[in-house]
Design a protein around this ligand. Structure first.
Ligand code: AP5
Length: 216
């Protein structure tokens, strides 16, 4: 099964991807995570991407093309994949179609997480992350037991550089301008399933599970 999860910043793509991966054993491909790793490791891609990301802007399509092609060259993608945060522009969606066609693969479903912009402020400004195990917290809705420390592995939690109000406004504007057309592109192909992402996490995941069970 090859899936894509799409939605505004803070809609819950990463949170739901963790659950989907656990239950369906798909390879999680998050371009945001890949870019943050490149920034941390100070690779050529990371150095180019850093400023765009900090401002909340999209990284240029050519850079994203290169990291996706490189990711597909790894054998584990044969098992089925879950794209998170990619494609994010019309050009990336067309490019992905071409890449998949060449590999003899196709997308089975696009899970579209719907939520109003104003509900995302607390989610984004309150988010904290474990840099070691990747666990996602929120100081308002899902705090760690000990403030600033990961429940799972004991590492100190961090806040992403782009998780502030200023960058969020830019990220939302990029989303509406560039990523909504991607959703329309997949709607025309008839593979989009809409999910109300404003619900409680368990209810959101239950709705996603119902969709995926229908595909299996
Ligand atoms: P990326 O890392 O993809 O960030 P994003 O799209 O802004 O999404 P987030 O990771 O912020 O949110 P999420 O939807 O995963 O929410 P989460 O589950 O963590 O991209 C970052 C940057 O990289 C981009 O701005 C761009 O610069 C660049 N980039 C990446 N891909 C690119 C591409 N393809 N092209 C160009 N540039 C690219 O949840 C958020 C919070 O809400 C958490 O605290 C969580 O606990 C909480 N929460 C989640 N669900 C619920 C719920 N149902 N109820 C209550 N709280 C909830």
């Amino acid at each position: 099964m090859n899936l894509l999860i799409i939605g505004a910043p803070g809609a819950g793509k990463g949170t739901m991807s963790e659950r989907i991966m656990d239950d369906y054993h798909l390879i999680h491909v998050s371009t945001g995570d890949m870019l943050r790793a490149a920034v941390k490791n100070e690779t050529a891609v990371g150095l180019k991407a850093q400023e765009y990301m900090n401002r909340g802007e999209l990284v240029p399509d050519e850079i994203i093309h290169d990291i996706i092609v490189e990711r597909f060259s790894q054998d584990d993608m044969e098992a089925g994949f879950l794209f998170d945060g990619y494609p994010r522009t019309y050009a990336q969606a067309v490019d992905l179609d071409e890449i998949l066609k060449q590999l003899g693969k196709k997308l089975d479903c696009v899970i579209n997480l719907n939520i109003e912009d104003q509900e995302l402020i607390e989610r984004i400004t309150g988010r904290r992350l474990c840099p070691a195990c990747g666990e996602i917290y929120n100081i308002y809705t899902k705090p760690s037991k000990v403030e600033g420390v990961c429940d799972r592995c004991g590492e100190s939690l961090i806040q992403r550089k782009d998780d502030n109000l200023e960058s969020l406004q830019v990220r939302l504007s990029e989303y509406h301008k560039n990523t909504q057309p991607v959703i329309e592109y997949y709607q025309e192909l008839g593979i989009v399933k809409d999910v109300d992402a404003s619900k409680d996490k368990e209810d959101v995941y239950s709705d996603i599970r119902d969709i995926l069970e229908g595909l299996c």
